[in-house]
Design a protein around this ligand. Structure first.
Ligand code: GDP
Ligand code: GDP
Length: 438
C-alpha cells in the first residue's frame, strides 16, 4: 500500500503525544463509536497537502530510571527504523540535550531512513533562544523549532517530512489474493496457528519476497486459492531487544490490519476478550475490514453442554460493535477446526465484496421505512430519498436525505440491520454516508 508511515521518536515528556494529537486531530467515527481505541492514541491517519499518511507515537512508556528510559528509547528508535518511511526525532528546548538524546541520535544516524529533527517547546519560534544552538551538537544538521501546544512551526515540519514521502504507487490490487492479517495479543497462539496452517497437507507455501517491514508475509495456496498471511508475531521473535510491551504489538497489529482484506482476530479461550483484544478488534472495525474471530486453545477448555454457546455469546457481547463477525473455536495445537477457518475467511471476503443493485436496495429501503418510520424532530421528519452502493470491502452506501440533523444513530443501525437481514454482509462492517439533497 502506498500510505507512508511517519514515526515520532523522543524522550518521555518532550511532547510527542501533544504533537501527535495536533497533527492527527480528533477523528470521530462515522458509523459506530468503538470503545478502547480512542483512549490511547498512538497510531492514526493524518493528511498533509492532500496526502494521507500514518502517524505513530512510539513513546508512551512511563519514565522510571535513566537506564530504563535509555533502553526504551533505543527500542522506540528501532521500531521507528523498522516501520517508518520518515522519522521525526523530537527534542525539548526546555530541558536541552541529554545523554539519552545523544544515544538515540547515534542510532538514528546509522539508519537509512530520513530523520527530521524537531525541537519542541519553542514557544516563540520567531526568535530562537541562544541555547538552541546546542542542538547542532547532535550532528544531525538543521532542526525545526516548533511548539506543539501552540501549533507553531508544524507546517514547516510537515513540509520537510512530506519531501521524503515515497512516490505514490499506482493502486495495485491483486484481486486473486486474500490478504489475511493474523492479529491478537502476545501469546494467544498466532504463530502456532500460522505453523499449523503451514503444516496442513493441502497447503502449498511460498515466501513472498521483499514485502515486509512490519510483519512476515507467507503466501499459501489452498484449493487453487491464494492467501497472503500477514504474521505479526514472527517479527517479534526476531527482535533483538526483549519485547513484552503490548503497545508495540498493538502498533504491529494495526499495521497488519491496514494491509489486510480479512482480519483473523485470535483470542485466548482461557482469558476471553480482554481490553487489548477490544482495541485491536475495534481498529479492524473502524478501518472497515472483514473479520473472523478465532477463539484459540479450545483444547484447554473443560466443556459441558452449552459451554461453546455461552462463550460465543460472551465474546460477542464484549465485542458488540462487531456482532457481525463469525466466531470459531479452534486449537492451533490439535488443528481442530483450522480447516473451517479457511471457509470463513473465504466467506467473509465474499460477503464484504457483495454489490447490490440500486433498484433492489431501494425496494428494501422503502419497505424498511414503511415498517419503522424515520425519526422526526420538532415536527420535521427525516426523509430518505434513495440510497446507492458506492463501494465494497467494506460495503459503502450513500443515503440522500433531507436533513442530516434528523438522522439518528438508532435509525442508522436499523438500516444496517435491514441490509444485513436482506443481503447478508456477514463478517463485514457496513458504512453509511449521509448526503443532503433538497
Ligand atoms: P510525551 O511524553 O513525549 O508524549 O510528552 P507530552 O505530549 O505528554 O508532553 C509533556 C508535557 O510537555 C506536557 O505537560 C505538555 O503540555 C508539555 N508540552 C508539550 N508541547 C509543548 C510546547 O510546545 N510548549 C510547552 N511549553 N509545553 C509543551
Ligand atoms: P503468539 O505470541 O500469539 O504467536 O503465541 P504462540 O503461538 O507463541 O503461543 C503461545 C503459547 O501458547 C505457546 O506456548 C503455544 O504452545 C501455546 N498454544 C498456542 N496455541 C495453542 C492451542 O491451541 N492449545 C494449547 N494448549 N496451547 C496453545
Amino acid at each position: 500500500m502506498s500510505k507512508p508511515v511517519v514515526a515520532i521518536v523522543g524522550r518521555p515528556n518532550v511532547g510527542k503525544s501533544t504533537l501527535f494529537n495536533y497533527i492527527t486531530g480528533r477523528r470521530i467515527s462515522i458509523t459506530e463509536d468503538t470503545p478502547g481505541i480512542t483512549r490511547d492514541r498512538i497510531y492514526a491517519e493524518a493528511e498533509w497537502r492532500g496526502r494521507k499518511f500514518t502517524l505513530i507515537d512510539t513513546g508512551g512508556i512511563e519514565p522510571d530510571t535513566d537506564d530504563y528510559i535509555k533502553k526504551m528509547m533505543l527500542r522506540q528508535a528501532e521500531l521507528a527504523m523498522e516501520t517508518a518511511d520518515v522519522i521525526i526525532f523530537l527534542l525539548d528546548m526546555k530541558t536541552g540535550l541529554t545523554a539519552a538524546d545523544n544515544d538515540v541520535a547515534a542510532m538514528l544516524r546509522k539508519s537509512k531512513k530520513p530523520v527530521i529533527v524537531a525541537v519542541n517547546k519553542v514557544d516563540n519560534i520567531g526568535e530562537l533562544p541562544p541555547d538552541a544552538y546546542e542542538f547542532y551538537n547532535l550532528g544531525m544538521g538543521d532542526f525545526y523549532p516548533i511548539s506543539s501546544v501552540h501549533g507553531l512551526g508544524i507546517g514547516e515540519l510537515l513540509d520537510a517530512v512530506f519531501e521524503y514521502f515515497p512516490e505514490e504507487a499506482a493502486e495495485e490490487q491483486d484481486d486473486d489474493i486474500i490478504n489475511v492479517a493474523v492479529i491478537g495479543r502476545p501469546n494467544v497462539g498466532k504463530s502456532s496457528l500460522i505453523n499449523c496452517i503451514l503444516g496442513e497437507e493441502r497447503v502449498i507455501v511460498s515466501d513472498v519476497p521483499g514485502t515486509t517491514r512490519d510483519a512476515i508475509d507467507t503466501l499459501v495456496i489452498r484449493n487453487g486459492k491464494r492467501y497472503n498471511f500477514i504474521d505479526t508475531a514472527g517479527i517479534r521473535r526476531k527482535s533483538r531487544i526483549e519485547e513484552n510491551i503490548e503497545r508495540y504489538s498493538v502498533i504491529r497489529s494495526f499495521m497488519a490490519v491496514d494491509r489486510s482484506d480479512v482480519c483473523l482476530i485470535v483470542i485466548d479461550a482461557n482469558d476471553g476478550v480482554t481490553e487489548q483484544d477490544t482495541k485491536i478488534a475495534g481498529y479492524a472495525h473502524e478501518q472497515g475490514k472483514a473479520s473472523v474471530i478465532a477463539v484459540n486453545k479450545w483444547d484447554m477448555i473443560e466443556k459441558e453442554t452449552g459451554t461453546l454457546e455461552k462463550m460465543q455469546k460472551e465474546i460477542l457481547q464484549k465485542l458488540d460493535f462487531m456482532s457481525y463477525a463469525p466466531v470459531v473455536f479452534i486449537s492451533a495445537k490439535t488443528g481442530q477446526r483450522v480447516e473451517k477457518l479457511f471457509e470463513l475467511v473465504d466467506y467473509v471476503f465474499e460477503q464484504a465484496s457483495l454489490r447490490i443493485q440500486t433498484g433492489m436496495l431501494n425496494d428494501v429501503l422503502n419497505e424498511a421505512m414503511a415498517m419503522v418510520q424515520p425519526p422526526s424532530d420538532k415536527g420535521k421528519r427525516l426523509k430518505i430519498y434513495y440510497m446507492t452502493q458506492t463501494g465494497i470491502r467494506p460495503p459503502k452506501f450513500v443515503l440522500f436525505i433531507n436533513d442530516k440533523e434528523l438522522m439518528h444513530f438508532s435509525y442508522e443501525r436499523y438500516i444496517i440491520n435491514t441490509l444485513r437481514s436482506n443481503f447478508g454482509f456477514a463478517g463485514t462492517p457496513i458504512q453509511l454516508i449521509m448526503k443532503e439533497k433538497q
